[in-house]
Write a protein that binds this ligand. Structure first.
Ligand code: KG4
Ligand code: ZN
Length: 353
């Protein structure tokens, strides 16, 4: 089977990503290391009224979008399914219902069209996403920060990596989203917090606690609680009804949301910088640092980490925003190196593997 495939090889991978609230498909050219198309539908407008992702609604929306998004990705790449050599699909971690849509669809498509199937760990895909656009030398470290995860990886080669730091509770993106909710800002909180912080020049007004340093690990739930109690003390948050009351309180400060946003962003930047500095010192063999995941869209965080890397004389890489948030290009990219390594899955592929 493999030898037959190799004779007729087009070197094209179809990537599918449905792990949370994005439906994304990509056609990736392995030989030319080129993303031919990367089409993503985001459900943010559907979920923002609820202040977060509703899993049941997310999986239904995945089901509605998966066929048109894959068709559009093939069309934009100017390819048809016959020309695809293998289908790579996101597996855990993610929302079970959303992942199931992608994995079941990918397996059916692969079975019906006689294609190879490759399951791709969602976090491995984030960790390698900075390499879609850059040849980053090995070994390097990657800080992956999203709504569900915050990890530091030591990346030794394609598919060869280990976690050297991780969050013990909330993810960094979750801290942005939950604190944004306390401030009555829309979901997802990260982009809005960045915008508000920029309006007060990223000043650290409230000096939130940076927390204890647990080696290369993180903890963000204490920060969330600290911000909440600080808001209560400023008469800006009603803890009982979980409601922002800053605009109605007698001590109304029109800049309060900006000041909280800015102080929060600076605090998270400090935590990241400290861990990256420690990781560079701990692993002197590393040749670069990268940052990935939705939180890596944040330009302030990127610049702060980049500055640390410059001081430490280590190159820094971060992907374009479209490859930071969930996207199929990162799935296809990992699919491409697994394809070259002959690492395929069977139709037993499961979302939790
Ligand atoms: O990687 P992603 O799209 O989905 C997950 O796998 O979770 O990341 C989404 C997260 C959300 O928590 C969102 O608030 C955060 O990324 N995010 C940001 C920014 N843009 C998105 N956080 C901080 N600053 C941003 N500009
Ligand atoms: Zn993700």
């Amino acid at each position: 089977m493999i030898s037959k495939m190799q004779k007729n090889l087009n070197n094209l991978i179809l990537g599918i990503e449905t792990s949370c609230d994005e439906t994304s498909a990509c056609v990736y050219d392995i030989e030319n290391k080129e993303v031919l198309s990367n089409v993503t539908f985001s459900q943010i407008d559907i979920h923002k009224h609820f202040g977060g992702v509703i899993p049941e609604i997310a999986s239904r929306a995945q089901l509605e979008k998966i066929t048109p998004i894959i068709s559009e990705a093939l069309e934009k790449a100017g390819k048809n399914l016959n020309q695809i050599d293998a289908i790579a699909v996101a597996k855990n971690p993610g929302l079970a219902g959303s992942l199931l849509v992608g994995v079941c669809f990918a397996k059916s498509l692969a079975y019906g069209a006689n294609k190879k199937i490759i399951g791709v760990n969602h976090l491995e895909a984030h960790a390698f996403s900075p390499m879609i656009e850059n040849d980053i030398p090995f070994p390097h470290i990657c800080l992956t920060a999203s709504g569900g995860h915050t990890n530091i990886y030591l990346i030794k080669d394609f598919g060869d990596y280990e976690i050297i730091g991780q969050t013990m509770d909330d993810a960094a993106g979750e801290a942005f989203d939950k604190i944004a909710k306390m401030l009555d800002l829309e979901y997802p909180g990260g982009p809005l917090i960045e915008k508000l912080a920029s309006e007060v020049n990223f000043e650290d007004f409230y000096k939130y606690p940076r927390g204890k340093i647990h080696d290369l690990d993180f903890s963000f739930s204490g920060l969330k609680t600290a911000v909440m109690y600080d808001l209560v003390a400023r008469n800006a948050y009603d803890m009982q009804n979980k409601k922002f009351i800053g605009t109605t309180s007698s001590s109304f400060d029109p800049d309060l949301k900006k000041k909280v946003s800015s102080s929060l962003l600076v605090c998270i930047a400090d935590i990241f910088k400290q861990r990256i500095k420690l990781a560079i010192e701990r692993y002197p063999e590393i040749k670069a640092v990268s940052m990935a995941g939705g939180v890596a869209c944040n330009k302030y965080l990127r610049n702060q980490i980049s500055d640390i890397c410059t001081k430490k004389k280590v190159e820094f890489f971060a992907p374009s925003a479209k490859y930071c948030t969930d996207n199929a290009a990162m799935i296809a990219f990992v699919g491409a190196y697994k394809f070259k390594q002959n690492k395929f899955d069977t139709f037993e592929l499961d979302i939790f593997e």
